[in-house]
Design a protein around this ligand. Structure first.
Ligand code: ADP
Ligand code: ASP
Ligand code: MG
Length: 441
């Protein structure tokens, strides 16, 4: 799908390599820096040095920046203070501002150390998106002007992440929290970059969040499919859509630290960090690759629902219409043939809305009552090796039972299983499973 959407920029690769840059080591890079990496002027200067290093190695560089750490949260909060229910178009106008500041500042810092650079906002490139304000999808990026400037002016492009523009309305859009990762991978696809380096405050993707599991290990490589699960099940190191885009466009993504002095060199190489790649590239296979978790979950149980055809549609149809993202659905087989219980989870932020929707459709569904819990967490075990190994989940059930942790709901798929537990036990459960599957350092 994306190749079609990116068609205008996926035309034959510009012959940048045919002319003056014939040496193998030269290439084109996207370097993305997250909020903590650009948190103040000192760190922006540090980022400028990273960029200078790659430019010095002969690479053409597009940089994608996030807002300074804490800025987007503050902008979101201001929108809420102004009005709890506000116009999503104006929300985007406000929250896109954080990235505008950092792109300008980094361009200034680069120019200050003799690196030609120019800042670009989403609308200037343009990065065309849907009009789903607050959660827009990138449709198309025209990278031609950026490439022309690489070649004619040796100019670094400093692009504001997270933002785009809806072509028909000309309004600024944003891509959802963590969206700068997606901007970076999309730009990499559009300009045919050899690699997309995601610089952050950790030096790679770990077997679990290193803030919660001190014994977590850095992964040299992780398969796109596994990274997709990691990202969608709570590991915020990469936004889910960035991984989807990388997979579809075959972008070489490397997660690495902006706080270290990394190596330079071959643009197709794998610098210290974690390479997101195809499954075939991974030599050392483990049954379990890692543990992800999310505390932003709420559980809803509908008691004594009438057990007849059409009930699931009556429940989940209106929820979908209200844009509530339903996850883990568990339905019992009815004991008496008349009624049953249905449990599912929704993002904590959607809990109130989901409850209101269910109350509204009670006559159509027919149930006794709705029970809810906001203090639940989802812990997920991920690994491609699970495809060919049985009994992996059973080990987890036993280990959690031994620690007195009750499992509220379970879902499984080919390469992962998820357990819903009381939020208070999240850290204990994650560390227990991390040790159980031999992932500790
Ligand atoms: P940035 O601001 O650079 O985009 P984020 O805060 O969005 O950075 O993502 C990096 C954070 O992701 C890390 O600080 C870490 O706490 C968290 N994280 C969660 N799970 C993982 C994981 N499996 N490996 C690495 N980091 C993880
Ligand atoms: N600044 C945006 C956020 O905090 C986008 C990003 O950092 O990726 O969500
Ligand atoms: Mg992020």
């Amino acid at each position: 799908m994306y190749s079609r959407l990116f068609a205008p920029v996926l035309a034959p690769r510009p012959c940048a390599f045919a002319d003056s840059r014939s040496e193998a080591a030269m290439g084109r890079l996207v370097m993305k820096f997250g909020g903590t990496s650009v948190a103040d002027i000192e760190r922006i200067r540090n980022v400028a040095q990273h960029v200078k290093r790659e430019v010095g190695a002969g690479h053409e560089v597009a940089v994608v920046v996030s807002a300074m750490a804490g800025t987007t949260n503050r902008l979101v909060e201001w929108c809420r203070e102004a009005a709890i229910l506000h116009d999503a178009r104006e929300y985007d106008t406000v929250v896109a501002a954080g990235e505008q500041v950092t792109s300008g500042l980094l361009a200034i810092a680069l120019q200050g150390i003799g690196v030609p650079a120019r800042s670009w906002q989403g609308w200037q490139i343009p990065i065309a998106t849907t009009d789903a304000h607050g959660l827009a999808r990138i449709l198309e990026i025209d990278g031609a002007e950026l490439i022309r400037r690489f070649q004619e002016r040796a100019e670094v492009a400093v692009i504001s992440g997270f933002q785009g523009v809806h072509n028909e309305t000309r309004r600024i859009t944003t891509l959802g929290r963590g969206g700068s990762d997606t901007s970076a991978v999309a730009v990499a696809a559009a300009i045919h970059a050899d690699r997309c380096d995601i610089y952050t405050d950790v030096d790679g993707v770990y077997t679990s969040d290193p803030r919660v599991v001190p014994k977590a290990r850095r992964l040299e490589k992780i398969a796109f499919e596994e990274m997709l699960e990691f990202a969608s099940l709570g590991a915020k190191v990469l936004q889910v859509r960035s991984v989807e885009l990388g997979m579809v466009h075959n972008v070489r993504i490397c997660v690495r630290s902006s706080f270290e002095q990394p190596d330079t060199g071959d643009a197709r190489g794998s610098p210290a960090g974690t390479l997101i790649c195809d499954e075939e590239e991974i030599v050392e296979q483990h049954v379990v690759t890692g543990i992800a978790f999310s505390k932003d979950e709420a559980q809803i149980s509908i008691r004594r629902v009438r057990d007849k055809p059409g009930v699931a549609a009556a429940i989940f149809g209106p929820l979908a219409e209200a844009n509530v993202n339903v996850d883990m659905i568990v339905q019992n087989v009815s004991g008496d043939g008349a009624t049953t219980d249905i449990t599912f989870t929704v993002p904590a932020a959607d809990y109130e809305r989901a409850s209101a929707v269910l109350a509204g459709s009670r006559p159509a569904i027919g149930y006794e009552r709705v029970d809810g819990a906001n203090d639940v967490a989802k812990v997920s075990v991920i690994g491609i090796g699970m495809r060919s190994h049985a009994g992996v989940a059973a080990q987890a059930f036993r280990a959690l039972a031994e620690r007195g942790i009750n499992i509220r709901a379970i879902t499984t798929s080919e390469i992962k299983f998820s357990l819903l537990i009381d939020a208070a036990y999240t850290e204990l459960a994650v560390r227990t499973l991390h040790s159980l599957y031999g992932l500790d350092r």
